[in-house]
Structures are given as C-alpha cells and as structure tokens.
Design a binder for this molecule. Structure first.
Ligand code: FE2
Ligand code: FE2
Length: 262
C-alpha cells in the first residue's frame, strides 16, 4: 500500500490549529452546550488510548495509517485543549491534569476488538476505519453545533468551525482508507459490515459510560434538526462498498425507542 491520494490530500491540509486563549474572555452560551464542550474535551483527550490500541495491534505499520496517525493524534490532543478552554470560557473549568491522566491510564488497557481482530480477520481494518470515519462525522456535526451555540463570541465560534473543518479532513482520510481496503478485497466487503455493526458505539460512550453519555447527548439525538444532521453519518457509512444495509444511528435510535425524524 502506498502513495494513496487520500493520504497526500490529508497531509497537504493537515496542521495543528493556531489559536490563542487570551483572544477570548467569558462567553454567554447555552449551559448544555458548555457541558457538551467539556465532555467532548474529555473524549478528545482520550484519543491517547485510541492511538495506543492501534499501535499495539500493529496496525500503524500500514503505510497510510502509520503516516496519518501521529499527525491525527497531535490534532486531536489540540482539540482537547481547545475544548477545555471553550468550556472554561462558558464557565466550566477543566479537570485537574492528575484526574485526566489517571482516567487515561485505566482506559489504556489491552485493546478490545481492534487489537484482537486487526491483521487476523479480513475486513477488520476496514471496519475499524469505518467506525473511525463515523466518529469523525459526529465530531464534525458536534463542533458545527457548538459553533452555533457559541455565536455570542465570534472568536470562539470561528475556532469551533476550524475544529469542525479539521474533523472533516480526518473523516475524509478514514473514509477513503476504509474504501480502498473494501474495493480491493471481496472477503473484506463481506465481513467488515457485520464487524462494524457489532462493534460500533456512539462516540464517547467508551470514555464517559452510558449514563453520562445519555445525560449529555440524549437531548441532541432526540432533537429533530440535530438528529437529521447526525443521520448523515448513516448515509456516509452506507456509501462504503458492502455497507449498503448498514445504518448505525438509525438502528441505535430504534433499539432505544427514540423516534427517527422524518
Ligand atoms: Fe477531534
Ligand atoms: Fe478527528
């Protein structure tokens, strides 16, 4: 594998976001959005354990993923710092670094399905990359929504739009890397969709647990306008070769008795 255009495209646009905490003061924003920003910061900071899982599974040896991952990791860590600052501007201070690192230590435990299956089961890499693309899709939606919620501060709103744009670039890489693997392997096309369906979980559940997750994000997925945006993730996933019948969010909403917006 090498010389993929999607990797070159990503690298051509990558780079940690430039920002300056002193350029924005306190901001009036919907408390639900401020809390979401804080929790999203925790989720972003947890990209450490994601990166560790992929490294341990040896997946980072794949040329495209191995080149992408260090840059992606830097960018996600920066998102965590930006979002803690954004939450602080809305009135919620970041947790102590001791608390954050002890949480990260626990979560950095042996890899789950990623480590167990990558390199051993056809389609596992494509399934993993598709779940990552789905997560980036949701991150993009979240930061666009937060940018609207923080409209009272043009500086913060702009910063959140920059974050959303960066998530869109991550999404582009993961989606194309998944597609490249699916296109060239019939077994991958056959197995990846069921692996994806089996292992997909809403972004942040692994970090926050179900009860905090529902408390923070349940209101967003039941809001018809936001839900329609999130459902775009299903269309993105279904466009991958072999994934035509896969609709993670729709299935999730159905399983939890949540109405699907028309
Ligand atoms: Fe991010
Ligand atoms: Fe991302």
């Amino acid at each position: 594998m090498g010389g993929e255009r999607y990797l070159e495209r990503y690298l051509g646009q990558s780079g940690v976001i430039e920002w300056d905490r002193s350029s924005f003061g306190p901001v009036e924003a919907d408390p639900a959005a401020v809390r979401a920003a804080w929790l999203l910061a925790c989720i972003e900071a947890d990209s450490t354990s994601q990166a560790a899982k992929v490294e341990r599974a040896g997946f980072a040896r794949a040329t495209d993923v191995g080149t992408f991952l260090p840059q992606w990791y830097e960018e996600e860590q920066e998102h965590g710092r930006v979002l803690f600052a954004v939450a602080a501007a809305g009135g919620i201070e970041p947790p102590s670094s001791a608390r954050l690192s002890s949480g990260a230590d626990q979560r950095g435990q042996p890899p789950g399905w990623v480590g167990a299956l990558l390199g051993r089961v056809p389609g596992a890499a494509a399934a993993y990359l598709a779940t990552a693309a789905a997560a980036e899709y949701v991150a993009r939606c979240m930061y666009s929504w937060l940018a609207e919620a923080y409209a009272g501060s043009p500086v913060v709103s702009r910063l959140l739009r920059d974050l959303a744009a960066q998530e869109a670039r991550h999404l582009g890489f993961y989606r194309a890397a998944a597609e490249a693997r699916l296109v060239r392997s019939a077994p991958a096309r056959q197995l990846a969709p069921s692996l994806f369906t089996r292992f997909w979980r809403p972004v942040g559940v692994d970090t926050l647990g179900w009860s905090i997750w529902f408390d923070a994000f349940g209101g967003l997925i039941t809001d018809p306008v936001l839900q329609r945006r999130f459902l775009g993730m299903d269309r993105m996933v279904a466009a991958l070769p072999g994934f035509e019948q896969v609709a993670p969010l729709r299935s999730f909403l159905g399983a939890h008795g949540i109405a699907v917006a028309a």
